[in-house]
Ligand binder design. Structure first.
Ligand code: NAI
Length: 425
């Protein structure tokens, strides 16, 4: 009862931040995104027909964006009881949050710029409903549940994980035999990481860099740390805008791939000496550390677009600086000796905290993947073990087919002779 009171109490606090103006604006943003999410609309209709999520309690941690609102609305329409919190302290569109609270009465917990303590409290609070299913983005809800030593595991059918970092954490839990329920790695759908991570994050990260700094990319020396799905998307887009792009990697195959794709490949400590901008997008910790800050040239701009704010050693940067000054919205200047270093969005996830996140058109596929994952979890719950699962490739095929159809693109199909030649049934 106390716990029940607590989710309502926190929800009420956030509800005081609603306003008719915000709600109206949020509604328009959600509608705009919906137009560009045909696959999600289809998946939502299927879900509604199947009634498979009827009365299921779903706790969700995702960026609070117009695209997420469309996912939440589809789940709720199909009978699920949803509660939503932000997956990053800054990843909150307050107009959208206001719309979801005021028009739909969902518990939506999040406000741009809350401190870490409030952010974590919100994440714990969405779990109070004792969820049947979790949608996580970066593994934080799953982590909280595992820290609570099984207190809330009774109902849990499983979780669906949205991003690379969350899948890394889930794999670690599985390896140490501590995982307490199945997790579907939605991030590993081809129709997720090849599109959302690459095209979506590549574009929206640059968008955020331009919005915050207003720099001209043409002719600039830009370093991309990490040549995974996100890094590839970012590097190719920066190149397309006329930047000289250098890739820094720790994986030999990825480094070779970057080299063959036409990028300069170097050690960060060397490359940073002539870099105008460094963006880390690895999912790893302290990628930009003291030695890199020491080697950097005056005026370098640092940013990161991986899952959490750990890729730049911010504590070290602060310790090394004699002065820190806010010079533009979302840009702080650190003075170190005669050198100035600029940190964008306080080192938080760049595209989510300083721009609109990824476009509806890519989140369409990611979130349709989430719906298919929940459907798969519920249908297969009796046989799934406490492991990390990838969705069958037919689901990827289905999502891709629907996306192509929405663009009026038809493709060829194999003849029976070709099928036989390729050994396919
Ligand atoms: P990935 O696993 O495909 O690529 C990461 C790359 O970073 C790997 O090639 C790895 O070798 C490299 N790397 C690791 N440590 C490094 C270091 N110290 N220096 C240089 N390279 C290093 O992962 P993906 O999918 O590209 O995701 C990267 C991060 O971005 C994750 O944290 C993920 O959760 C996050 N992400 C962020 C999104 C956003 O909207 N901002 C969207 C999707 C993912």
């Amino acid at each position: 009862m106390d716990e029940q009171y607590s989710i309502i109490a926190i929800y009420r606090v956030y509800s005081t931040m609603n306003s008719r103006k915000k709600t109206k604006k949020g509604e328009k943003l959600v509608k705009w995104a919906r137009h560009n999410m045909p696959v999600l609309r289809y998946a939502g209709q299927k879900l509604l027909k199947s009634q498979i999520l009827e009365s299921k309690k779903i706790s969700i941690s995702l960026s609070i964006t117009p695209e997420t609102a469309n996912l939440v609305l589809a789940l709720s329409k199909s009978g699920a009881e949803v509660s939503l919190c932000a997956s990053h302290p800054d990843a909150v569109n307050e107009d959208v949050a206001s719309y979801l609270r005021e028009k739909h009465h969902f518990p939506v917990l999040g406000k741009k710029g809350v401190n870490k303590k409030t952010f974590e409290k919100n994440q714990k609070t969405v779990l109070i409903q004792k969820p049947d299913i979790i949608i996580d983005d970066g593994g934080e809800l799953v982590e909280i549940m595992h820290r609570q030593n099984g207190k809330n595991f009774d109902n849990v059918i499983g979780a669906a994980e949205q991003t690379t970092t969350g899948v890394v954490k889930a794999n670690k839990l599985e390896k140490s035999q501590k995982l307490q329920f199945p997790i579907i790695a939605v991030n590993n759908n081809q129709t997720k990481n090849m599109f959302d991570n690459r095209y979506g994050t590549g574009q929206s990260t640059l968008d955020a860099l331009m919005r915050t700094t207003n720099i001209l990319l043409a002719g600039k020396n830009i370093i991309v740390c990490g040549y995974g799905w996100c890094g590839r998307g970012l590097a190719i887009r920066a190149k397309g805008m006329g930047a000289n792009v250098t890739v820094c990697e720790v994986d030999h195959v990825k480094a070779l791939e970057a080299h063959m794709d036409g990028f300069r490949v170097e050690k960060l400590e060397k490359a940073i000496q002539s870099a105008d901008v460094v963006i880390s997008i690895t999912g790893n910790i302290n990628v930009i550390s003291k030695k890199h800050i020491n080697a950097a040239k005056d005026g370098v701009i640092l940013a990161q677009s991986g899952h959490s704010d750990v890729e730049i050693d911010k504590k070290m940067l602060k310790r090394m600086a004699t002065k820190v000054e806010n010079v533009r919205k979302s840009v702080n200047e650190y003075t170190i000796g005669k050198k100035r270093i600029y940190l964008v969005a306080n080192g938080a996830v760049l595209n989510l905290s300083a721009a609109d996140g990824n476009s509806p058109s890519v989140m369409d596929m990611s979130f349709a993947g989430q719906i298919f994952a929940l459907d798969y979890l519920v249908r297969n719950q009796s046989r799934l073990e406490n492991s990390v699962y990838h969705l069958p490739s037919e689901i990827d095929d289905k999502i891709a087919k629907l996306k192509l159809k929405s663009r009026n693109i038809s493709i060829d199909s194999l003849t029976s002779e070709q099928r036989e030649y390729l050994g396919r049934s």
